[in-house]
Structure formats: C-alpha cells, structure tokens
Design a protein around this ligand. Structure first.
Ligand SMILES: [Fe+2]
Length: 298
C-alpha cells in the first residue's frame, strides 16, 4: 500500500499543479456523498445541457453519508469527470479510522459520522481506494482567460470549512497563495459565490445532501464564458429522487438523521456552522448568478 501522507495543503506552486484548459461552459459539483440517485440525476442534467465529462469538476467527498458508496464511485469513474481528493477519499483511500471531516470530538457530527464511515469502509475495495489515493489534491482549470484552483476544503487544509461568512481577507489570502484568479472549493456543503477585487471564491454546495434550507433540492454550479470576456457563474438547484435514496439509507440502518435530511432539507446537526449560516437554517435558497469580470479589464 502507498505510504499515507499527513493531511497537507495542496501544492501552492502553480507550475507544479495540473491545469486543464476548458472551452465553453464548465459544470462544478461537490460532495456526492454516496448518493447514487443525485449523482445519476446530475449526470443526466449535464447530458441535457450538452456538457462533456472533460468540462466537469467534482470537488471531492464522493463517498459519505448515503447508502451507495461503491455504486456512486463506479458512477463517477464511469462518467469520467475530473475529481479532486476530498477528506473522505483521503481517509478511505488510506483506510484511516474516521472520515477526517474535521468534526470536533464529542459533537453530534462526529458521532453520526461513525456509522456511515464504517458502512462505506466495509464495502469499498482496493481498486476504488487506489483510485482515491491517486486523485489530485488540487486541480487548476483555465476557462475564459481565467485560472481557477479547484480544491476540497481550503487551500491551506483539506478539511477546513470555508463558508460565505468566512472573512473575505482569509479567502483573498488563500486565492493569492494559489497564484490563480479564484478558488473552487467544496466540503462545507453550502453553496455560495463571492467576487471581490476581480477575485472569485465559488462553493457549488453539495450534490448528495440538501443545503439545510428546508427543501430537498441539491446544488451544483455552472461557469459560462461570455463573448464580453466576463464569466457568468451560476448556482443551480437540482431535483432528484430523494425518497429512493433515503429509503435505501433506512434499509441499511444508516443514521436516521441524514436519511430524514434528504426529505426535510434540514441537517441533523449544525455543529460546524458559524452563526450566520446557522441563522439561515430552514430558509429556502434561491438560485444565484454572478457576472465575474476580468481583474485587469476593469
Ligand atoms: Fe469534506
């Protein structure tokens, strides 16, 4: 087996990071979380939109809370999209004892993670773990004259939570460390997009779990280059068969809180949320669009 590395920040030298040039719209999603039904629904939506796998980026955590770790990994691998390593891939790839989500000991999140992690750990085979170990911790994409660093949690830590309420100075420093024009991140499970001084931070939300907004919808993002040189960045909601996904979780004896969340749209625990995100719990989100103009074009 490969030697397990410490959980280190992604490479910050842009010349050492793989960079994929993409023409046309780019689709971004995070956290499939073993939710096969949601993954298949997004794959169908991408096909409907005419977006090929080479223009699609997943920010990691293919496996987590839901019932189908093996089938979801198979779906993602068969689809052929770009995938960045999440903390769940890091933990399962090297057969660690827990999910590495960064939950504090003794919290409800930590307690709930024990069951789904062991469910996944018992089922995944060596070939899938090897695939997980081989995923990049950072993947840059070049689109519309901009370069974006796709990572999992934060630039300086795979399992660090970055939310909309996280101070912009923190995000700006992380973007600067990448040498890119913006960052595409996941991990925190809540969609948001912010632009300041020509720099972008995008979190597409999670595909496998609703956004704690009281609806069962899950989220993804599109980045669409425009003729003007601007990029149209959209946060979009997706409906899928949440009842089927929840029924399988219950049949496998997975934590009821997460199975219920697929239908209620409310997370069973909010330990990780800052006050602003906590205050938004149960408040229905709207889809969002942001026009990102080039830093030097202003
Ligand atoms: Fe994560």
């Amino acid at each position: 087996m490969d030697t397990a590395p410490a959980s280190t920040p992604p490479e910050t030298d842009p010349t050492a990071v793989p960079c994929v040039a993409m023409e046309g719209p780019v689709l971004v999603f995070g956290g499939p979380y073993s939710n096969l039904e949601a993954t298949q629904a997004l794959r169908a939506e991408a096909a409907r939109l005419g977006i090929a796998a080479g223009n699609i980026v997943c920010t990691g955590d293919v496996v987590a809370y839901c019932a189908d770790p093996v089938a979801t990994v198979a779906e993602i691998r068969d689809w052929g999209v770009h995938v960045v390593m999440g903390n769940c891939e890091e933990s399962l790839g090297w057969s660690r004892e827990d999910c590495g989500c960064g939950f504090e000991e003794g919290t409800e999140c930590a307690a709930l993670s024990v069951d789904w992690y062991s469910h996944a750990d018992r089922r995944l085979g060596e070939d899938d773990r090897r695939w997980m170990r081989g995923l990049p911790r950072r993947l840059d994409i070049a689109v519309g004259g901009r370069r974006l660093a796709a990572i999992h949690g934060a630039v300086d830590g795979i399992n660090r939570f970055v939310f909309a309420s996280t101070p912009w100075d923190d995000k700006a420093a992380q973007i600067a460390a990448t040498g890119c024009d913006g960052v595409i991140a996941g991990h925190s499970g809540l969609p948001f997009v912010q632009e300041q001084d020509g720099l972008l931070w995008l979190n597409s939300g999670a595909l496998g779990m609703p956004a704690n907004d009281g609806t069962r919808r899950v989220w993804y993002a599109l980045i669409v280059p425009e003729d003007s040189g601007a990029l149209d960045v959209r946060l979009l909601a997706l409906d899928y068969d949440a009842d089927a996904a929840a029924a399988k979780m219950r049949a496998h004896g997975l934590p009821a809180g997460y199975a219920d969340a697929l239908g209620s749209g409310l997370w069973p625990s909010c330990d990780v949320l800052p006050p602003r995100e906590l205050a938004d719990r149960g408040r229905e989100r709207g889809e969002q669009a942001l026009r990102w103009r080039a830093r030097r074009a202003a």
